[in-house]
Design a protein around this ligand. Structure first.
Ligand SMILES: *[C@@H]1O[C@H](CO)[C@@H](O)[C@H](O)[C@H]1NC(C)=O
Ligand SMILES: *[C@@H]1O[C@H](CO)[C@@H](O)[C@H](O)[C@H]1NC(C)=O
Length: 422
């Protein structure tokens, strides 16, 4: 028995040695392309958790229903012993009632859905995760950069302090049309925005509409939580409009990512997949479809929660991911952002929002309505002293207003390249 055991061990060791040597020598002579492939496969294995159930979406996505305790967040060393919070302690729209929420979402059956729902739903105790494919990672500049924003993304709508980098203002062709508030402590923000499918001129550009929850100065340690909809051919491989989130605690450098593409966000919801397509989208002079996004801080536990629509509490970013946002946000931005890579040396024709200017108004231009902030007392409040910012108003613009129905709102967006934006 013992003898057999030893000999098996020895054979095993022998195999390990041979295999080790072989794989080492393989690595040494492998052409760069296949070494890259190995790296990609390792990354995919880390990202794509073993599903309980798999749903094929009509848009080509694969949605994996992964057990809630097996999600990417728990790869984080700080979350090894984390007890998942299944509901927030506080909700800015009043104490949160599971029954009320589920009837509300049923009543809202005519609102926007995710495309993959037509082919099934994820069971309880699982969360839907959009499976990352090899080609998704291959489109990124490197495995490390996959799922991360390439450049500073928030708008810097104010006179920069002298010490800050002036290049930030026009950072790498990112262009914005936003409304914002600053100079207070914010504990969340809410908005309802209509959803479009803007045209993207080329794959390395994107167009998005979102809320930014910002903390800190606009230096290397900026904290940001972002959520909204986006079209990003590089990230997803198509031109579909998708729900997304983003976070960073070091100004888009080493920390953070889109959706669940790194460990951080803890999802509790089994209906909504981050990064999955949403439909229908609004049409010019036709039906308008909008989504609501609410991000707020549970001031008891410190976590930042996110809700989509009227009843889908998606999950939370644990407080420890952040420095400034561990306390509160110092600025909120709402609006659109595109990448202008200046193809052909001209301004990009990538659209923001509906691709129309704000002047066109309802049914044509894109909007954010009922924009609100969460205060220290955990109440939703109308924002005060709303500012607006755009780098080039002839390309993309923004116009605010207020009325009793829509509270504070703004129209924003534009076509990009046009006779006044060459
Ligand atoms: C996305 O749209 C652009 C034109 O705006 C088109 O050239 C490209 O082929 C589309 N990509 C996909 C994957 O459909
Ligand atoms: C950004 O760059 C554009 C041209 O590339 C320029 O017209 C615009 O004034 C710049 N905006 C700011 C805020 O510096």
């Amino acid at each position: 028995m013992t003898v057999a055991y030893f000999s098996i061990t020895r054979v095993f060791l022998f195999i390990v040695v041979i295999f080790g040597v072989t794989s080492l020598s393989c690595a040494a002579i492998q052409p760069p392309a296949s070494r890259q492939k190995l790296k990609v496969h390792k990354h995919l294995k880390r990202l794509n958790k073993t599903p309980v159930k798999t749903i094929q979406s009509p848009d080509g996505d694969i949605i994996d229903c992964v057990h809630i305790s097996n999600q990417p967040a728990f790869d984080h060393p700080f979350l090894k012993d984390h007890k998942i919070q299944m509901r927030p302690n506080y909700h800015p729209e009043g104490l949160y009632d599971d029954n009320k929420v589920s009837t509300e979402s049923k009543e809202n059956d005519n609102t926007i859905k995710q495309l993959w729902h037509v082919n099934g739903m994820c069971p309880e105790d699982t969360i839907p995760i959009r499976r990352t494919k090899e080609e998704d990672v291959m489109r990124a500049s490197s495995v490390k950069r996959y799922g991360k924003k390439k450049h500073t993304s928030m708008a810097v709508p104010r006179i920069m302090p002298k010490s800050a980098d002036p290049d930030l203002v026009n950072e790498s062709g990112h262009q914005h049309a936003i409304a914002y508030v600053e100079g207070d402590r914010f504990y969340g923000a809410k908005a309802t925005m209509n959803v479009w499918k803007p045209k993207i001129q080329q794959a390395n550009e994107f167009s998005l509409s979102q809320v930014w929850i910002l903390g800190g100065s606009f230096g290397e340690d900026l904290n940001s939580i972002e959520a909204g909809w986006q079209v990003s051919p590089d990230l997803y491989g198509d031109n579909n409009t998708r729900l997304f989130t983003y976070w960073t605690s070091d100004a888009y450098q080493a920390t953070g990512c889109y959706n669940l593409l790194c460990s951080g966000f803890i999802q509790i919801n089994n209906n909504i997949a981050m990064g999955a397509s949403i439909s229908p989208v609004s049409a010019y002079r036709n039906s308008q479809y909008d989504i609501s996004i609410l991000v707020w801080k549970d001031q008891k536990e410190g976590n930042w929660w996110m809700q989509f629509g009227n009843g889908y509490v998606l999950g939370y970013w644990p407080s420890f991911l952040f420095s400034y946002l561990a306390d509160s946000a110092s600025m909120i931005e709402w609006g659109g952002e595109v990448v202008n890579s200046e193809p052909d040396g001209q301004h990009t024709s990538t659209q923001m929002g509906s691709g129309r200017f704000p002047e066109e108004g309802f049914g044509k231009a894109s909007y954010f309505r009922n924009i609100q902030v969460v205060d220290k007392e955990n109440n939703l409040k109308s924002p005060k002293d709303i500012g607006t910012f755009t780098e080039q108003s002839n390309c993309y613009d923004v116009q605010t207003g207020s009325n009793s129905d829509w509270g504070h709102y703004f129209y924003y967006g534009g076509p990009g390249r046009n006779p006044n934006c060459p």
